[in-house]
Write a protein that binds this ligand. Structure first.
Ligand SMILES: [Fe+2]
Length: 133
């Protein structure tokens, strides 16, 4: 399956939405590399990009939150920190063991967590940035 920013995942904040698209592209590229048996170099390259893009994106979201004095910043930040740690672990396992069923399952699970975070928390954030509530 491919991950995409469907209608229900659009937050309405142009920066956040464009970064979510890039993030999903990065996940899809990694999944493609695994599915096509691209080998360790390509998997390493896509894993590295995905982890660094997640860090960039969360950092951008948090900067927006801080400058808007977003009241739910702490919990959103805590989620981001945990997510980065989990993704790093999941992708390290994937690099170590190769694209096993388990490693791919964990990656898809991480992608699913991101999807529901976008659908709830990031939409809330975008609404606050736009309307101040
Ligand atoms: Fe977020």
């Amino acid at each position: 399956m491919r991950y995409e920013v469907t209608e229900d995942l659009i937050t309405g904040n142009a920066l956040i939405d464009s970064e979510h698209r890039q993030l999903f592209d990065a996940i899809n590229n990694l999944l493609d590399a695994c599915a096509q048996g691209k080998g360790r170099d390509k998997i390493h390259e896509t894993v590295t990009f995905l982890n660094s893009y997640v860090i960039k994106h969360f950092g951008d979201e948090e900067r927006l939150q801080v400058s808007a004095k977003y009241p739910a910043y702490e919990s959103h930040h805590t989620f981001h920190e945990g997510y980065k740690r989990n993704l790093a672990q999941v992708t390290a396992t994937l690099e170590k063991d190769g694209p096993s069923i388990q490693a791919l399952g964990a990656l898809n699970q991480a992608a699913g967590v991101l999807v529901s975070h976008i659908r709830t928390e990031d939409k809330k954030l975008a609404r606050f940035l736009k309307e101040g509530k």
